[in-house]
Design a protein around this ligand. Structure first.
Ligand code: ZN
Length: 140
C-alpha cells in the first residue's frame, strides 16, 4: 500500500486542521460581539486595515514623486546615461562631472563665475557680409 495516498477521511482531517485557527478567530469575534465588545473587534479591524493600506499608499506616493523628480538622460560631459534628482546636486558616476537637473534634462553644473553662452553656427557668406558692413562703418 502506498503510504502517501490519502483517503477522504485524512483529507478532511487536514482541511479541518488548517481551518481550525480561522474558525477559532471567527468564534472569538462572535463572542466579543455577543458580550458587547464589538467596538474592540472593529478597532482591531481598522488597525489591521491601516497597517495594510498605509505602506501601499506610501509606496504609491513615493513612486509618483520619483517619476516627477527623477530626471534621466545622457551626461553632458561624457554621454553615459545618468539619473539626477531634481533639486539635488550630484556627480556623474562615470566621469565625475558635477550635474543637476535643469527642467527635463540633465545639465552640467558650472563652477561659480562661469558665464554660459549659446554657440551659433554662422555661414561663411554671412561672416563675409558682416565683415564688409564693419569695414564700411569704419570708413565713414
Ligand atoms: Zn559623465
Amino acid at each position: 500500500m502506498n503510504r502517501f495516498r490519502w483517503n477522504h477521511l485524512q483529507s478532511w482531517q487536514l482541511l479541518a486542521t488548517a481551518l481550525a485557527p480561522w474558525f477559532l478567530i471567527l468564534a472569538a469575534i462572535g463572542l466579543l460581539n455577543a458580550i458587547g465588545l464589538g467596538w474592540l473587534v472593529q478597532g482591531v479591524g481598522w488597525l489591521l486595515f491601516l497597517l495594510i493600506v498605509t505602506p501601499v499608499v506610501l509606496l504609491g506616493v513615493g513612486f509618483w514623486w520619483l517619476r516627477r523628480n527623477l530626471i534621466t538622460g545622457p551626461c553632458p560631459a561624457c554621454g553615459q546615461p545618468v539619473m539626477v534628482l531634481r533639486g539635488l546636486e550630484s556627480a556623474c558616476p562615470h566621469c565625475g562631472a558635477p550635474l543637476n537637473a535643469g527642467g527635463q534634462t540633465v545639465q552640467r553644473q558650472s563652477p561659480p563665475g562661469t558665464i554660459d553662452v549659446q554657440a551659433v553656427e554662422v555661414g561663411r557668406r554671412e561672416l563675409r557680409d558682416s565683415e564688409l558692413r564693419d569695414s564700411e562703418r569704419r570708413d565713414r
